[in-house]
Design a protein around this ligand. Structure first.
Ligand code: HOZ
Length: 419
């Protein structure tokens, strides 16, 4: 397959960006070789600068639930941008999007729009600290909540891919305030909270972990976290940047029946444009400036083009059959698993709705320690073999794959044939 134009573009990009990229996983560090440079996307496909076409299972890391360049989103963006790309002032469209989100995720009584998932989690943590007057936070090993300083301790996603347990540049005092617990180990969590509960501002967790690969919460794990945080006056923050509007129309919290105090959203609520949101209990959110003393602001917060894309995206998604998409993903995962079993390759396929990971380990994979037993060299081989057959999967073992409403049965068959 011809990749010379991508290679040339990468050489040029290396002169301008660290590692040639604007986000580390894109550099293909853990699978080797050099990244594809993308020219366009349409539905379930992406097109690189060499003219190759791929079935895409990355889908902008989960943001594109309708597929690439969904016509209703493109139209909304075109219409909005003609009226102005940014005002730095309130618009009625922000309230419209907020209403749609609150109707779908009722634990979010009030919210604030920001420009990325990272900003949402950073702000939710500052708010939790301001609200409780406490400094420490708990996160879980292998969960990734964006690149805010407090959260880059034992983080998943790109940090895990690069083997960076804690980022340089994060002050020792901030690291000390972040307590890390193993995912799905409620006994460990119970002990930490029993000892330090009165100093802990918040617990932040991905209710379905998707940044160490997909890892599902065990029975009772989130429920007990909820009960203990309530008991100790700790704010419970669900990071639903990936799971929000992914598994059904709303947060995965509704399906799991656990109500956090604050929720962080991003990706799908902007239909592929930069947006994030944090929100939750009104009494907590009212501590945000200008009502309260927790400061957070942004010129592009509630940006009219991103908000228009978000409204169009959610309007379209509300009419979609999530159960059918989840079933389609199950068929794909069953087919992948069967093929690996037939070939005698030990794998564990974890799935939640339309997001999944094939771990190259016999499993089970219930936490980051399990995920790290995966054969990442084998993953790299799998990645390149699929790419050569025009299937684009995440260039890291520690990420999720995403199906969208634009993937057809023919796409599923093509993926299985390639495997
Ligand atoms: N860390 C992101 C996925 N979990 C990757 C973001 C990107 O490279 O676009």
């Amino acid at each position: 397959m011809k990749r010379s134009a991508s290679k040339k573009a990468y050489q040029e990009a290396l002169k301008y960006f660290p590692g040639g990229v604007n986000s580390p996983v894109r550099a293909f560090g853990s699978v080797g070789g050099s990244p594809l440079f993308i020219k366009k996307g349409a539905g379930s496909k992406i097109y690189d600068v060499d003219g190759n076409v791929y079935i895409d299972l990355v889908m902008s890391w989960g943001a594109l639930m309708l597929g690439h360049a969904a016509p209703e989103v493109v139209r909304a963006v075109e219409d909005a941008v003609k009226l102005g790309s940014s005002f730095g002032a309130p618009t009625c469209a922000e309230t419209e999007l907020a209403k749609m989100i609150r109707d779908a995720v009722p634990s979010i009584q009030k919210m604030r729009f920001v420009s990325s998932g990272t900003e949402a989690t950073m702000s939710a943590i500052r708010l939790s600290r301001g609200f409780t007057g406490r400094d420490k936070i708990i996160k879980f090993d292998g969960c990734y909540h964006g690149h805010g300083d407090s959260l880059l301790v034992k983080a998943g996603s790109g940090a895990a891919t690069q083997g960076i347990p804690g980022s340089k540049g994060v002050s020792a005092s901030l690291s000390r305030d972040t307590i890390v617990c193993p995912y799905n180990d409620i006994a460990y969590f119970r002990k930490v909270v029993a000892k330090q509960g009165k100093d802990i501002a918040c617990v932040i967790v991905e209710p379905v972990a998707a940044n160490m690969g997909v890892v599902l919460p065990g029975i009772g794990f989130l429920e007990e976290i909820r009960a203990l945080t309530k008991k100790h006056g700790i704010v419970l923050v669900f990071d639903e940047v990936i799971t929000g509007f992914r598994i059904h129309f709303g947060g995965v919290q509704t399906i799991l029946n656990v109500k956090p105090d604050l929720t962080c959203l991003g990706k799908i609520i902007g239909g592929g444009l930069p947006i994030g949101a944090y929100g939750g209990r009104k009494d907590i959110m009212d501590h945000v400036a200008p009502l309260g003393g927790v400061y957070q602001a942004g010129t592009l917060s509630g940006n009219p083009v991103a908000v228009a894309a978000g409204i169009a995206n959610l309007k379209a998604l509300k009419k979609k059959d999530y159960a059918a998409l989840n079933d389609k993903t199950a068929i794909l995962c069953d087919g992948l698993e069967a093929a690996f079993i037939k070939a005698g390759v030990p794998v564990t396929v974890n799935r939640a709705g339309s997001l999944f990971t094939v771990f190259f380990t016999k499993g089970p994979v219930d936490d980051f320690k399990d995920a790290k037993t995966s054969d990442t060299k084998r993953y790299a081989k799998y990645f390149w073999s699929m790419l050569d057959q025009r299937i684009n999967i995440a260039p890291s073992q520690f990420e999720a794959q995403f199906l969208s409403f634009s993937h057809t049965d023919k796409d599923i068959q093509a993926i299985l044939n390639a495997l």
